[in-house]
Design a protein around this ligand. Structure first.
Ligand SMILES: [Zn+2]
Ligand SMILES: [Zn+2]
Length: 280
């Protein structure tokens, strides 16, 4: 088996993934992954598909059925991708602590306007354009500022194991305005956020989901020299929502890390996180 063939961030039809959990596990086995983690979204503030109060138990039941079924073929782990929404709905919510997770991912996908209406900052760009017009009068800077404000709250909140896709807003923001990532106010927000990750008691995800389609990883390629200087503890994940994407962008991303002078990433094996050398 190849080293570094792992993925600890994935979705399935318990949330917004496009196939049953077992189909993703089958795909991971077929691709030769040594370890795979299922991390459905906790309950969204909008109608998008996410875990609901009556599906958490089904989600874990299905995971443990598969863990037993595939125990000789792949290491399976279960987590949650937990949003920071507000002072109550965040990774400190007591309910999450009662669930049998191996780890959790803390991430930001939503911002609210002054009327308290939530907008998803992630995913489909056409929907992003409709929402930003509807909820923020096309004020992209306001949405980006709110995204990083939410991200600061997430880091201050803590109580998660992996910080998911730190600058994810870069994709939809740059599709909305191609010049935005070079603007000094944007660079300052992203720079400050990445700097704030140094010394945290969590791993930082390098998310490969958009590499093949949009040539972008999160944190962006342009931030890798800073990531290296800060010595962030990295875990490379595909964040797959489709079964043909369990390894999407992974090898190319590991190469990008190496090109930036980063030669180690973190992996979970036998229930323990450890640092391993990148070998591709
Ligand atoms: Zn996410
Ligand atoms: Zn995700």
């Amino acid at each position: 088996m190849k080293l570094n063939h792992t993925n600890y961030h994935s979705h399935c039809d318990f949330c917004d993934g496009h196939a049953p959990m077992q189909a993703f596990v089958e795909a991971a086995v077929a691709e030769g992954l040594t370890a795979y983690g299922v991390t459905s979204h906790t309950t969204f503030p909008t109608p998008g598909k996410s875990l609901q109060p009556d599906t958490y138990k089904l989600y874990f039941d299905e995971f443990f059925r598969l863990k037993e079924l595939y125990r000789n073929r792949i290491e399976l782990y279960v987590g949650l991708e937990i949003d920071y929404l507000d002072e109550v709905r965040n990774p400190r919510l007591q309910f999450y602590g009662t669930l049998p997770t191996d780890y959790t991912i803390g991430a930001v996908h939503f911002v609210a306007n002054e009327r308290g209406e939530w907008m998803c900052t992630d995913g489909n760009h056409e929907r992003f354009r409709e929402n930003i017009a509807l909820y923020f009068g096309n004020d992209i800077r306001r949405v980006v500022e709110l995204f990083y404000a939410q991200s600061r709250c997430l880091i201050a909140c803590g109580n998660f194991d992996i910080h998911g896709h730190p600058d994810k807003i870069a994709l939809n923001a740059s599709l909305f305005d191609p010049a935005i990532l070079q603007e000094s106010w944007y660079e300052e927000l992203a720079y400050n956020h990445i700097c704030s990750l140094a010394g945290g008691d969590f791993l930082v995800e390098v998310n490969t989901k958009a590499l093949e389609q949009h040539n972008r990883i999160f944190p962006g390629i342009e931030w890798l020299p800073l990531v290296r200087r800060l010595g962030l503890k990295l875990v490379v994940n595909t964040d797959c929502h489709d079964t043909d994407k369990v390894l999407s962008g992974r090898v190319a991303t590991l190469q990008l890390l190496r090109d930036a002078g980063i030669d180690k990433v973190w992996e979970l094996h036998n229930g323990r996180w450890g640092e391993v050398e990148i070998r591709i």
